[in-house]
Write a protein that binds this ligand. Structure first.
Ligand code: HEM
Length: 135
């Protein structure tokens, strides 16, 4: 299979009488893993998927570090650098969807080692969960 696993649209009220609509596209980890070359680079940071292809030659930290993380979970390396709030703000322009939490969990028994973070809430702003089996 290919393409995003699902797009979930939700609408509701924000409690102040205003309508709120949210749309989240969920990707399988295998889909992300394919985008691992300079032609197309996707990264996962805190359970969110970013297409950083057009950011590659603009990254102040260089292309190399992004290529190293391409197609995988870059949460730890992104946080280790101590990126500024400006850098965190920039993430938004490259956001394309989320990693689906349930699929990630189901896939774990097949993996020898892993370190995965994702947000539990269907909508944004949920708790972060870290699942880890060290290599
Ligand atoms: C879309 C994701 C990313 C964005 C938007 C981003 C953005 C930035 C920005 C704006 C800076 C300048 C310093 C700052 O404002 O903090 C920076 C520096 C840097 N970034 Fe990233 N970055 C991303 C991903 C990564 C990843 C995955 C790594 C992996 C190691 C990384 C490593 C670095 C390094 C080493 C520097 C240089 C720090 C320095 O020279 O002081 N970045 N990045």
């Amino acid at each position: 299979t290919s393409g995003p696993m699902a797009t979930v649209e939700a609408s509701g009220s924000d409690g102040k009488g205003r309508g709120v609509e949210t749309s989240v596209t969920y990707y399988r980890l295998e889909e992300v893993a394919k985008r691992n070359s300079p032609k197309e680079i996707w990264l996962v940071i805190h359970g969110r998927v970013y297409d950083v292809t057009r950011f590659l030659n603009e990254h102040p930290g260089g292309e190399e570090v992004l290529l190293e993380q391409a197609g995988g979970d870059a949460t730890e390396s992104f946080e280790d650098v101590g990126h500024s709030s400006d850098a965190r703000e920039m993430l938004k322009q490259y956001y394309i969807g989320d990693v689906h939490p349930l699929l990630v969990v189901l896939d774990l028994p097949h993996r020898r080692c892993y370190s995965l973070r994702f947000s539990v809430s269907l909508l944004h702003g949920g708790e972060q969960v870290l699942l880890r089996r060290p290599c």
